[in-house]
Design a protein around this ligand. Sequence first.
Ligand SMILES: Cc1cc2nc3c(=O)[nH]c(=O)nc-3n(C[C@H](O)[C@H](O)[C@H](O)COP(=O)(O)OP(=O)(O)OC[C@H]3O[C@@H](n4cnc5c(N)ncnc54)[C@H](O)[C@@H]3O)c2cc1C
Length: 417
Amino acid sequence: MRVKPQRIAVVGGGIIGTAVARELAHRFDDATVTLFEKESTLASHQTGHNSGVVHAGLYYEPGSLKAKLCRSGVEKLIRYAVENGVPYDECGKLVVAQNTDEVDRLEAIYARAQANGVPNVKLLDRNEMREVEPHVRGVLALHSPHTAIIDYATLTESLGRDLEAAGGEIRYDAEVARLDALSSEVRVMLALPGAQGSKVTEPAGTYDLAITCAGLQSDRLAVASGLEEEPRIVPFYGDYFVARGPAAEVVRGLIYPVPDPAYPFLGVHLTRSIDGSLMLGPNAFLSLGREKYQRKVGPIGGVDFGDLGRTLGYKGFWRFASQNLKAAAREAKTALSPQAFIAEAQKFVPTLDATAVHPGPRGVRAQAMNPDGSLVDDFVITNRGRLTQVRNAPSPGATSSLAIAEYVVDKAVESLR
Ligand SMILES: Cc1cc2nc3c(=O)[nH]c(=O)nc-3n(C[C@H](O)[C@H](O)[C@H](O)COP(=O)(O)OP(=O)(O)OC[C@H]3O[C@@H](n4cnc5c(N)ncnc54)[C@H](O)[C@@H]3O)c2cc1C
C-alpha cells in the first residue's frame, strides 16, 4: 500500500520545479508543498533565457522520453495556456535544407516527425515554402504548422500562482546546500551567508519526499547530497540578436536550419517572439560560468572561476572537445563575429536587414555530459529512496514541462511503496 506524503520539498523554481510543485499540490491536497528557489524570482535561469518555442516533437528519437514527453507536454501546455490566458501563438515552423546533403537529413527528420505523431507535417518545395514564408530561401523545407511560441517566464509565474492557490509555499532567496536522505525522510539544509563571505548551513525541515530540479546546478546539488557525480553539467551559452519593428516582419513564424546530427544544438534560427520581435540565434559555445549572462564582443562573457575550473578539470569535457573540433570551429565563427552570426540567418532570409539587428540576450544551457565526452541527449530523471532528481532537462524541457511534472511525480511516489 502506498503512503500519502504529508510534507514535500521541491528544489528549483524554473519551469520544471514549479510545474512539479504544482502537480504535487494538486495531487496531494492535504500535503504541504514547499518550493525552494535560490533567486528572488521564478524562471531566473534557463526558463527565462530561451527561445520561447513550443516544439512539436520533430527531431527526437522515437520512444525516447523526449519524444513522448514533448508530444504529451504540448497538448497539456496548449490547454493550460488557453484556460489561463497565457499568450500563445501557433505561428508554425519551417526547417529548411540548402543543399542535397541537407535534403537527405531533412527527409530523415520528416520520417521521425511522423513516427513521433507530429500532426500535419509536410515537405514543401521552393514555391510552396514561399507561400508560408515569402522571404525564405532553400531547396526543400519541412513545415510544422502547429509549432508555436510562448513566454516561458510568464507561464512559470502562472504555475507558481496555481501552486500558492493550492496551499503551497514558495521560499525565495532560499539556496539549498544539500539534502540528507534519512531512513524514512529527507532533511533539507539551506546555505546561509556566514562570516567573511563564507556560507553556513541550517536545517529547513524534514520531508516525506524531495524532488530536485536544479537545472545548471543539478550535478553540484547531487554531489553535495551524496549522490552520483555523473552525468556532469557543462554549460553552453547561446547568444541572440534581435530585430524589432518593420525589420522583424521579414519572418512570419520560425525558420530553422537542418541540424547537425552529431551535435545536440539546433543551429542559429529565426524566431518570432510573443512580443513581436524577431530573435536570431542561439549559437552554442562553452560558457565560462553557469549563471553568467553578461555579454561582450566575442566569446568572453562573465567568468565564474569555480565553474570554469570544474569544466576544465573534467576529463569528459576534453574528450568532447577533441571529438567535436569541426563543430567548435563553426560555432567559434559566430561567437567571434556578429557579422558571421547574422550571415548564418541571412542564408535563410537574404532580405534580413543586418543594420536593424542588435545584440540581444544570452542564455546558458545545462548540458549533461558523460565521462567519455558524449552528451546526454535524453531527459534524465533518477531516484534514490525518497529523493528524486531531474539531472538533465535540456530543450524541449520547457515545452515538455507539464508532462515531465506528471512523470516525475509518478516516479517519486513509487518510492513511498
Ligand atoms: C538558450 C536556450 C534556448 C532554449 N530554447 C528552448 C525552447 O525554445 N523551447 C524549449 O522547450 N526549451 C528550450 N530550452 C530549454 C529550456 O529552457 C529548459 O529545458 C528548461 O528551462 C529547464 O527548466 P528547469 O526548471 O530544469 O531549469 P532552470 O530554468 O534553469 O531552473 C532551475 C532553477 O533551480 C534553481 N536552483 C538551482 N540550484 C538551486 C539550489 N541549490 N537551491 C535552490 N534553487 C536552486 C535555479 O536558481 C533555477 O531557478 C532552451 C534553453 C536555453 C538555455
